[in-house]
Design a protein around this ligand. Structure first.
Ligand SMILES: Nc1ncnc2c1ncn2[C@@H]1O[C@H](COP(=O)(O)OP(=O)(O)OP(=O)(O)O)[C@@H](O)[C@H]1O
Length: 327
């Protein structure tokens, strides 16, 4: 039985289809990433799976329980850490945990023992008696994760777990998330728009864009599926490069601002020929780099847009406007 099984899940808000008939399954013990730009429908998806919002149509089960007809059973078996911080700043870490444990009616000795274990797991045991208002962003996020695990859920939802954290803190948090998954076997479903985060952490990912899943698989397979290497050429005249006839070994070519991105096999061998062809046409090259494809390239391949472009688009601004209105 999959830990999460989703069929044609859809959510509309006043005519805006935020999630549009998505389907996927997550096996027990996996770290699964829902990736996509802001406003793609990631939060709405996990809000439905965690029973915070009702789907407009479609079905899903979490740990075998239906998200609409068995809400209580779903809730008992999951932990959630959403984007908005919900800790009490005027309490210590221990007190925050203790309060939450009481809400879940976890008895005295068990509660104390679990709090100790979880605070150690997220590296906060030595700071447990400090007020949360003295904590850094990364420490707060770790505390929220520990708190979400207090009632021993087998599935943990993390909505943009490292949003707004600096790279070093982000790295630390990744280690804690991996440890949780390894040591406790917890199934983790996380949303992110950081591609390197998904690549590092997730066993499998699904790209969600404007409410639909456009690709899913392991990061390695997705990157391999778009083929070979990526050459980025910056030029004062990128249109002229894009207009050159395509060689048979070029599997894709896209233009972004002053750069042309070429996907191809065997880049190292083909570069001299490419540079010669460009020079023969009298086109300038400002810089040239070669790399392996990233998950960002996978998004670009399937949508023709980079995640950053998508986030900056007018449509996205509209979506953010809707979003602000509902808070
Ligand atoms: N309660 C609501 N009322 C109206 N529109 C909503 C509501 N919730 C979400 N939306 C809209 O649905 C779309 C998807 O939003 P969602 O928050 O799921 O995206 P996301 O991928 O999680 O992005 P983010 O990373 O910014 O949270 C957006 O256009 C958003 O404005």
């Amino acid at each position: 039985m999959p830990a999460i099984d989703v069929h044609n899940l859809t959510k509309s808000f006043d005519g805006l289809v935020a999630v549009d008939g998505i389907s996927f399954a997550i096996e027990s013990g996996e770290i699964f990433g829902l990736l996509g730009p802001n406003g793609a429908g990631k939060t709405t998806t996990i809000s439905m799976l965690s029973t915070m919002q009702r789907p407009t149509s479609g079905t899903a089960t979490v740990n075998g329980h239906d998200i609409v007809t068995e809400e209580d059973s779903v809730r008992k078996s999951i932990g959630i850490v959403f984007q908005d911080q919900s800790l009490d700043e005027e309490l210590t870490a221990y007190e925050n945990m203790d309060f939450h444990g009481r809400l879940y009616r976890i008895g005295g000795e068990t509660r104390r023992q679990r709090i100790g274990e979880l605070l150690t797991l997220v590296g906060l045991d030595d700071r447990k008696d400090d007020l949360v208002k003295t904590y850094s962003g990364g420490m707060r996020r770790r505390l929220e994760i520990a708190r979400g695990l207090l009632h021993e859920p087998t599935v943990l939802f993390l909505d943009e777990p490292t949003l707004g954290l600096d790279p070093q803190t982000r790295n630390h948090l990744w280690e804690y998330i991996e440890r949780l998954n390894n040591d406790k076997g917890i199934t983790i479903i996380l949303t992110t728009h950081y591609m390197e985060e998904a690549d590092r952490l997730c066993d499998r990912v699904a790209f969600i864009d404007r409410g639909t899943i456009i690709a899913q698989g392991t990061p390695a397979n997705l990157k391999a599926s778009i083929g070979g290497d990526v050459i980025t050429i910056a030029s004062p005249d990128p249109d002229a490069i894009t207009g050159l006839p395509n060689a048979p070994w070029v599997s894709g070519i896209e233009q972004h601002d002053d750069s042309v991105i070429i996907r191809l096999q065997d880049a190292d061998r083909q570069i001299p020929g490419i540079v010669t062809a460009i020079h023969q046409k009298g086109i300038g090259i400002t810089s040239l780099s070669v790399r392996k494809p990233t998950l960002e390239d996978v998004f670009l391949h399937y949508t023709g847009r980079t995640i950053r472009e998508e986030e900056a688009s007018g449509k996205e601004a509209m979506r953010m406007f809707h979003r602000a209105g509902r808070r």
